[in-house]
Design a protein around this ligand. Structure first.
Ligand code: DX5
Ligand code: ZN
Length: 221
């Protein structure tokens, strides 16, 4: 069985109690904190930035996975690295120079990744596999929590799994959007190993019950 990681998205957490929320969700078994950054330009919503990343950093030891839904991306990357981000991912449509942006993230000591919207083709991977630590497949269109899983993402995950395996590289395959207890095993079977879940976890008062149930599904995937 691969090492599976569960990454709660704090987009669905209580922003008035964010420190407590990240501590509680890590105590409930989260492996990673998924941090959604939206700019009301690349996506039609506005969320949180480096100051909030810095504010939650001392509350948890697990990696903070910054998902940038912003355009342009380069200017803000050093700020997130300084704020304690461990992983930084961005959308290829949002960068004029994808290779340079990936290098910039690594130069700042973070793991780097590309994010693919449901309609974004995978050819952006072709020349940068050696600069990737993580690939994120969106199973919703980015911008909001609580949307329904788009099942075509499963074929895309399978295609990326094949590319990663062929490359022989150590690259995480993350899925984000509409992940629930009911569909996490399907995403794992398709080849994902890292699972973002926002509303499914923070929408239930018992975070541990949801994370445990997800792990049980993964164990039998
Ligand atoms: C969507 C975000 C997701 C979102 C997931 O643009 O990137 O991380 O928070 O939320 P759920 O799990 O509710 O779909
Ligand atoms: Zn996200």
């Amino acid at each position: 069985m691969p090492t599976y990681r569960i990454a709660p998205s704090i987009l669905s957490a209580d922003f008035a109690r964010l420190g407590e929320e990240v501590r509680n969700v890590v105590a409930a078994g989260a492996d990673i904190i998924h941090f959604d950054v939206m700019d009301n330009h690349y996506v039609p919503n506005l969320t949180i930035g480096p100051l909030v990343c810095q504010a939650i950093r001392p509350h948890v030891q697990v990696p903070i996975d910054v998902h940038l839904m912003v355009k342009p991306v380069d200017r803000i990357i050093p700020d997130f690295a300084k704020a304690g981000a461990n992983i930084i991912t961005f959308h290829p449509e949002a960068s004029e120079h994808i290779d340079r942006t990936l290098q910039l993230i690594r130069d700042h000591g973070c793991k780097a990744g590309l994010v693919f919207n449901p309609a974004t083709p995978l050819h952006h991977l072709d020349h940068v596999m050696d600069k990737l630590d993580i690939i994120l497949i969106m199973s919703v269109n980015p911008g909001f929590g609580g949307q329904s899983f788009i099942s075509q993402a499963l074929q895309k995950i399978a295609a990326v799994r094949q590319k990663i395996d062929e490359s022989g590289r150590d690259i995480l395959l993350e899925v984000d959007g509409g992940i629930k207890i009911e569909n996490i095993a399907a995403a794992a079977k398709a080849g994902a190993d890292t699972f973002v879940a926002g509303s499914a976890i923070f929408g239930n008062p018992d975070y541990k019950a949801v994370i445990d149930a997800m792990r049980k599904e993964l164990a039998s995937a």
